[in-house]
Design a binder for this molecule. Sequence first.
Ligand code: ZN
Length: 451
Amino acid sequence: MILPGHSHHCGFSLTGVNGKPPPIHHHRIALTWLSKNNQVTSLRKSNISAATINSNTPTSTKLSILSDLQSGHPYTRLLYVTPETCALDSFRRTLRTIHSQHELSRIAIDEAHCISEWGHDFRPTFKELSFFKTAFPDVPMICLTATATRRVRDDIVATLGLDSKNLKLFSMTTSRPNLHYEVRFKSDEADHYDSFLRWLRGVHARRAAAPRSIELSAAGKRLSNVSGIIYTLYRRDCEALALRLSGDGIGAKPFHAGLSNAVRDDNLAGWVENRVGYDVIVATTAFGMGIDKDNVRFVVHWQIPKSFEGYYQEAGRAGRDGKASACIIYYGREDRDRAVGMMQREIEKHSGSGGNGGRAGRGSTTPPSPTMQGRADSLKALVMFCESTDRCRHKAIAQYFGETAEPACDFACDWHKDAEAVRRRKNEGLASEEWCSTQRESGEYAVDDYG
Ligand SMILES: [Zn+2]
């Protein structure tokens, strides 16, 4: 497996003999990069010899994995690695050795949308993965992504040099009928904390009432264990919100890159294990990748995230057990303007520096690179999603990803529940465009860095 170092991964699994999938418990190699990722642990528990090489792997472990690989007949059967590792000549030489022994059976690239410059999460090192098709044309490759539009899918195929005659494309519907999508409107004038707390306490109260409470107790479940994730763009919100919730009796922990590894690992483990005091994780957006937890009852976006794909992917971490779960996004026009402002600064930075597709120097007007244009389009689509009051949220998501089939929605969105109420709440809850434009001109709302 190839996994990028920040929030995404791609992967290869290396199997034994050409064309014949060998028993996975015998000879198999996997590579992974995320220390917070619990996949390798789960695989090992199932007696699969899985290993990881990433920036957190201790040198001694790394050396022993590499020495195993260099034998050409490695004991490791599934190896997770980053695209950065795959770009190293030394690592490529090792892969050639394994391949020459017919032991490289499969290459899997997870989060494959990172390959496309049109993807919301483009990472240049992913492009170099085209090496595999050139070096090992006979090894089957699988690319996986949960968020790719048609444009991105085509780009992945072209960039990796996949043969369209030998290609199978499997698309699943984006429809998740057990997720209840809701847009809640906010403005800088009012604190939306109370709106959220009221909602969560309502959920707790319903669990505490009979007959639900009796069922939950019989199943050994804690009444207050309503597991959820709150995504926020800003680190400072992350800590403050977790503290504030704890003060109101809700078990909440922060999760962001600025915390020590020990604290982060403990917060994550406590949440995964449904420990008391760890019911809600307040996280910056990198959180959740590769985490296998099925009872997430809600995902809340504290403000508009940076892309439609990001929103869909994060919201999709709710309700993996198929039970009803809530996906709530708090949308405000001031937040929209901050996100757009941030995007514009990124576009200027990229075109000004000549990096990432920009060509001209300072002062000249260069069209944004595909990456930046793709991101801007995606943010715009998400704003439209939040502002729209004329269609089902499930339908709007399906449309964004180019699906034509009508998704099922059994009152599982705010529009289907009461479209008129959505329009009323929007009128009452959002700052007017005039007010927003005044704020923009006065420059009162400076944007600090994400994360
Ligand atoms: Zn609906």
